[in-house]
Structure formats: structure tokens, C-alpha cells
Ligand binder design. Structure first.
Ligand code: ATP
Length: 229
């Protein structure tokens, strides 16, 4: 589903590459944690999958297509198969919960009748039934993140990319969010999640890819956060 072949990325004016000859293969339906100290390249990896940047060298395939060869006008369609969830939720604060989730479908041209059906279903799935009329600032952090996940998942993308989704949440709330991401993964969605949350990584026992100075230094099935050497 996601394949990096000897991918390097150097930002302009930076002496060291943010990613250095990274080769990784993520199969459809996998759940993968990306770990590593601050600045090790996790966000750069995720942004390359979204083609927010192009690599300096190497090839990236998403859903079998080499995304760097894709014409710019095809990029929005490619991104539709990828949902994104961030640490800071990124909700539209002047819109209700319903509107936030519906918006993701409106921009891809779904019909009003479909939106009316799918939005409540998705809110129920993330545990927010009955909260569609609330504004984001009337929700807890955990609930806001559930809205963000509903919005990311509402068009049933093949891939969910999460950049520190529990970074602003307390441990108990984080466990709830991880259960939800696990459920989404079980529907067949590939999940790639960058995190500093050792407790969660150790609990979930999923594949762990560790980056250090832009290089993959560990790729472990059913891994833990900090490997005992
Ligand atoms: N837009 C940019 N321009 C220049 N350098 C950048 C840019 N974005 C990231 N970098 C550099 O690339 C390297 C990797 O950064 P990246 O954000 O990918 O790390 P990270 O592992 O996600 O870190 P964190 O855990 O703090 O989010 C760092 O040295 C960073 O300073």
C-alpha cells in the first residue's frame, strides 16, 4: 500500500538529510508505528506519502502508483484515499461537528442525501452520536480528536495517517483514541502513526519502524517503543 524505495529528502539549506535512503514496505491493512526522537524524520516521512514534498532521491508508491510521477492535477484525487489526523485536531472552529465531518464529503462532490446518511453513521462509529450540533470548543480534547478521526475516515480512505494523534491527550483518553484507530484498522484501513507515546506503542504491539537521523534503524513486528539492545 505504501512503498519507499531508497527515499531521501533534504530540505533546502539543510546540511543533513531529513530522510536518508529509507526503504519501507507497508502492506494493505497493516498498522505501523513510526517512532524516533524529535527531528528523526517521522513527519517528513508522512508528508512525503501525502506528496506535500517530493523526495530528493528514490521512489514512493502509494496504492501501487508512483506518486512523484503523478501530474499535479491528479494529486487531490490521490490524497482522497488518505485520511489525516494531527495532534492539534485542526477542526473548523466556526462549524458544528456535523458540518466539520460533512465538509470532507462536500469538497469531493458527494450528494446531499449521501452526506445526510453517512455523517451520523460515522459519528456513531467514533462514539459521538447525539453531538453533531455541538461546536468544537464545546467538546473535550478527546472528543475533538474523535471528530477529526470521523472527518478523516468518513469517505472510507485506504490509508489513515496520524501524526501524534494522542500528543495533546491524557493517558486514559489516549487509550480510547487508540481503540478507535484499532477498530478502523480492522475494517482494512492501513494505519501509519507517528508517536512519542511509549505506553501506547508497548500496549498495542504492532509493527514499529524507528527512525534516527533520517535512517531506519529498526523495523520490528509486534514491536515496542524502546528496543532493549
Ligand atoms: N520545512 C522544513 N524546512 C527545513 N527543514 C525541515 C523542515 N521540516 C523538517 N525539517 C528538518 O528535517 C528534520 C526531520 O524533521 P521531522 O519534522 O520530519 O522530524 P520528526 O521526527 O517528525 O520530529 P518531531 O518528533 O519533533 O515531530 C529535522 O532536522 C528538521 O529540522
Amino acid at each position: 500500500m505504501i512503498r519507499f524505495e531508497k527515499v531521501s529528502k533534504a530540505y533546502p539549506g539543510q546540511a543533513n538529510a531529513a530522510l536518508d535512503t529509507v526503504s519501507v514496505d507497508v502492506e494493505k491493512g497493516e498498522f505501523v508505528f513510526l517512532v524516533g526522537t524529535s527531528g528523526s524524520g517521522k513527519s517528513t516521512f508522512l508528508r512525503l506519502v501525502l506528496r506535500e514534498y517530493r523526495p530528493t532521491a528514490g521512489r514512493i508508491y502509494v496504492g501501487g502508483k508512483e506518486i512523484n510521477r503523478l501530474a499535479s492535477w491528479k494529486v487531490p484525487r490521490m490524497r482522497r484515499q488518505i485520511g489525516t489526523v494531527f495532534q492539534d485536531f485542526r477542526l473548523l472552529n466556526n462549524k458544528t461537528v456535523d458540518e466539520n465531518v460533512a465538509f470532507a464529503l462536500q469538497v469531493i462532490g458527494r450528494s446531499r442525501s449521501e452526506i445526510k446518511k453517512v455523517v451520523p453513521e460515522t459519528l456513531e462509529m467514533v462514539g459521538l452520536e447525539g453531538k453533531g450540533d455541538r461546536m468544537p470548543d464545546e467538546l473535550s480534547g478527546g472528543e475533538q480528536q474523535r471528530v477529526a478521526i470521523a472527518r478523516a475516515f468518513v469517505n472510507r480512505p485506504q490509508i489513515l495517517i496520524c501524526d501524534e494523534p494522542t500528543g495533546n491527550l491524557d493517558p486514559t483518553t489516549s487509550v480510547g483514541i487508540m481503540k478507535l484507530l484499532d477498530r478502523i484498522n480492522r475494517t482494512g484501513t492501513t494505519v501509519v502513526m507517528a508517536t512519542h507515546d511509549a505506553g501506547i506503542v508497548d500496549q498495542m504491539r504492532k509493527r514499529v519502524i524507528e527512525l534516527d537521523h533520517g535512517r531506519v534503524i529498526r523495523d520490528q513486528a509486534q514491536g515496542v517503543y524502546g528496543f532493549q539492545h
